[in-house]
Design a protein around this ligand. Sequence first.
Ligand code: MN
Length: 287
Amino acid sequence: MSAALVLVTNDDGISAAGLAALAEALARVGDVYVVAPDREQSTVGHALTLHRPLRVDRLGERRFAVNGTPSDCVNLAVLGLLPAEPKLVVSGINHGLNLGDDVTYSGTVSAAMEGTLLGVPSIAVSLAAPDQGSFEEAARIAQLIAMRTLVEGLPPKTLLNVNVPGGRPKGIRFTRLGHRVYKEKVVEQKDPRGKTYYWIGAGPPLWDNREATDIIAVQDGYASVTPLHLDLTHYAALGRLGKWEASLNAQLRPRRPGPRAGSPGRVPAPKAWVRRSTGRRPPGSGA
Ligand code: MN
């Protein structure tokens, strides 16, 4: 049996140290092909390049630089560039964590999303403060999780988001995503020509402090593994909000005798989304 084909990519660019460490570690897992952006593409999210040609620079037998985004690289590799469909896509090792709500901005995680959407089990790997520590520990963890994923597979539409703290991790924890608290202000300044400019995302992120999140695991010194699901449908909300359908349709195409022209029709009073478990009742309700 020939070794599994493994696609390695990132968002920090083809010459990033984290990419080299990941490719080296995964060479013990399968036949590694590296297809990565020709320059840094951090925080480009899941963008695809559809309005200009993509160029591929072949730097080695299994090493390609692309003038596009991380998702371009995965799309191009899986659908055309590689000799066969990869058994695994691994993105990273990102220089910096991709935790909680930030995953939607991340080029690293988006590359794994693209792999997942193309039906290939995919993993994103990020490391805190890579300047202080080597990539060795994160590469070792990526290797273990990649091997396990190759053997066991992943549930449909599911990718793994792995974050590794600096130094030597105490272990591996499976977690859920944490949430960012937006307290930072937009910075407004004048440029040397007197024109106003703005800077967003300044200052360190604030996170909520609930247990079992990826953020807490990394703060506690553990590597975090969060399974992410790409069916973004909220099924419980669909069940509840689906009840809007009939009345919205009635407003859209009123049946005769309809409301007079110019009248907005009957709109039900807004209802607060109160959790049933709180046991609170609106004032004036019985019992
Ligand atoms: Mn990056």
